[in-house]
Design a protein around this ligand. Structure first.
Ligand code: SF4
Length: 411
């Protein structure tokens, strides 16, 4: 919520008790206004409120666009001795091609549980790429398959992370508002860690707000001290030293690897391999069908045997996803005509592939023969990929009613 001068004055919650056709149900309750002197936005990757505030108040002006990666993950119970508790394996490459940022992780947890997942940069070029299928292929590598042999999958999930870091940080303050954590690109993309920077940014936001109360001033004049505090803290030191990490991979794996080595020696400087801007928005890098590296046969060999590899719908079952079906979809597609026409021709509707939960389907109408978008919103695992990766930027993820979503206990 904003006042007449565009200062943020709080948050309005959504109306409750609306049916899927938009009518009020007997339990209807209008949203409430939560007013605050300072609103701190820490919604994680691609925050739905942070996205609106950044656009309305121009907080990304003069900055590079935020870029994201998607991690797709399963938990497995494996036979004793397959993988030791505490063991950590990180991999780069297979099955991603050299133009696409991708790598996996395998962590040994308690009680013979293994956390396994694969990260795909959401700045890939080929619209045929499917991050869920990349992960399923990853598990077919003989060394990975050996770890999972004789085990069973027990949980599934997917989540995006802000991968761009220092150069993609928005202006961190405006009148009445601060942005912290992943929403502000504080994740260290080289180490794929951001909890520590999120916590530190929250502490610095709290210090700033105490100062604002001391001066009874909640405008940018006082709240700008938050950005100064961040730049004087170890958050700056850590993120500045890896400022070129993800950008170097936008020129391909070899540029990324050579630059990463050099960055260790030079505290983050990059050599000659970089595009003029360090980061380009992922949706702008997606190429149209037939351009560049587009390859529609990349998953032709992939089979879902439901023992070691799983289709999306089976995986979603293991995400324990629950939404009340009788509510409006929380995935707002702003122009479905584009889906049926331009997007079908230019990209073959990549939402069907980049969504790791089979939410988006193009169905052929029996009468007209025309393809129409169907949104299975109750499958949604809240990863935010669609909001990020859609090449026309016409998908808006908003919070569903009633705390619905995946149950990520133990993940
Ligand atoms: S609909 Fe969007 S947010 Fe939900 S699972 Fe699919 S890509 Fe992720």
């Amino acid at each position: 919520m904003y006042d007449e001068n565009d200062a943020v004055i709080g948050v309005r919650t959504g109306d409750k008790g609306i049916d899927k056709d938009g009518h009020k149900k007997p339990n209807f309750e209008p949203g409430v206004d939560l007013l605050a002197k300072v609103t701190v936005l820490g919604e994680g990757s691609r925050g739905s409120l942070a996205k609106q505030v950044m656009a309305r108040l121009g907080l990304m002006e003069g900055k590079e666009p935020q870029v994201f990666s998607l991690g797709v993950k399963e938990l497995w119970e494996v036979p004793e001795g397959n993988f030791a508790e505490g063991m950590v394996v990180h991999t780069l490459g297979f099955p991603s091609d050299t133009r696409t940022y991708g790598g996996g992780w395998i962590y040994g947890m308690k009680n013979n549980v293994v956390s396994i997942g694969y990260v795909t940069g959401l700045d890939y070029e080929d619209p045929n790429i499917d991050p869920h299928h990349e992960f399923q292929k990853y598990k077919t590598h003989p060394k990975v398959a050996k770890i999972l042999a004789g085990g069973k999958m027990i949980k599934y999930g997917a989540k995006t992370i802000n991968a761009g870091g220092y150069y993609t940080m928005p202006k961190l303050y405006a009148d009445g508002v601060l942005i912290v954590g992943d929403s502000a690109s504080f994740l260290n993309g080289q180490r794929i860690k951001g909890i520590h920077t999120a916590m530190k940014s929250g502490m610095l936001a709290a210090e700033t707000i105490v100062g604002a109360f001391d001066h009874e001033d909640f405008s940018s004049k006082t709240l700008k001290h938050f950005e100064e505090k961040v730049n004087l803290s170890w958050i700056y030191d850590e993120l500045h030293a890896v400022r070129n990490f993800h950008g170097a991979f936008q020129k391909g794996r070899w540029s990324g690897l050579i630059n990463t080595g050099l960055q260790f020696l030079t505290k983050g400087m990059a050599w000659g391999f970089m595009p003029k801007e360090h980061h380009l928005a992922g949706h702008e890098r997606m190429q149209k069908l037939g351009e560049g590296t587009s390859d529609s046969s990349r998953y032709a060999e992939l089979k879902f045997d439901k023992e070691s590899t799983f289709d999306k719908v089976t995986d979603v079952f293991y995400g324990a996803v629950a939404h009340d079906e009788d509510q409006p979809s929380h995935l707002h597609v702003l122009d479905t005509e584009i889906c049926a026409t331009r997007c079908a021709e230019e990209y073959d509707n990549p939402c069907q592939r980049f969504c790791p939960a089979a939410v988006y389907e193009m169905e052929t109408d029996a009468v007209s023969g025309r393809k129409e978008l169907k949104v299975n919103f109750s499958n949604c695992v809240h990863c935010k990929t669609c909001d990020i990766a859609d090449p026309y930027q016409i998908i808006n993820w908003v919070t569903p009613e009633g705390g619905g979503g995946p149950n990520y206990k133990g993940m």
